[in-house]
Design a protein around this ligand. Structure first.
Ligand SMILES: C=C(N)C(=O)O
Length: 123
């Protein structure tokens, strides 16, 4: 079993006992990304989502991958009424052959952010 911890300063450090991402046997498991600073600044859901996607991008790049390597995403939202706005931003990162995905509304997210997205990518 191979297990390589991926870390980049270009994405926020973990806020708990987890790694930004773990690479195992060619598959990259990226932890759920949030945009805490933007939420604290009162940013829009679009800007929050964009920052989350940029975090994912930076972590993928740290493992020599891009969004093209992503096979699955999980989206957790505080308010499903934001579904369309989140899709608008998310979709701009996956213009062709988007990955598999689920989107789930949850009661609360860490640090009271509005959206958290994780992904799995394959080399
Ligand atoms: C933000 C997270 N990924 C967490 O708390 O697990």
């Amino acid at each position: 079993m191979s297990k390589q911890i991926i870390f980049t300063e270009k994405a926020p450090a973990a806020i708990g006992p987890y790694s930004q991402a773990v690479l195992s046997n060619g598959t990259l498991y990226v932890s759920g990304q949030i945009a805490l600073a933007l939420v604290e600044a009162g940013a829009s859901i679009q800007d929050e989502t964009k920052q989350v996607m940029e975090n994912l991008k930076a972590i993928l790049e740290a493992a020599n991958m891009t969004f093209e390597n992503v096979v699955k995403c999980s989206i957790f939202v505080k308010d499903m009424n934001n579904f369309a706005l989140i899709n608008e931003v998310y979709g701009s990162y996956f213009t062709v052959n988007p990955p598999a995905r689920e989107t789930v509304e949850v009661a609360r997210l860490p640090k009271d952010v509005n959206v958290e997205i994780s992904c799995i990518a394959v080399a």
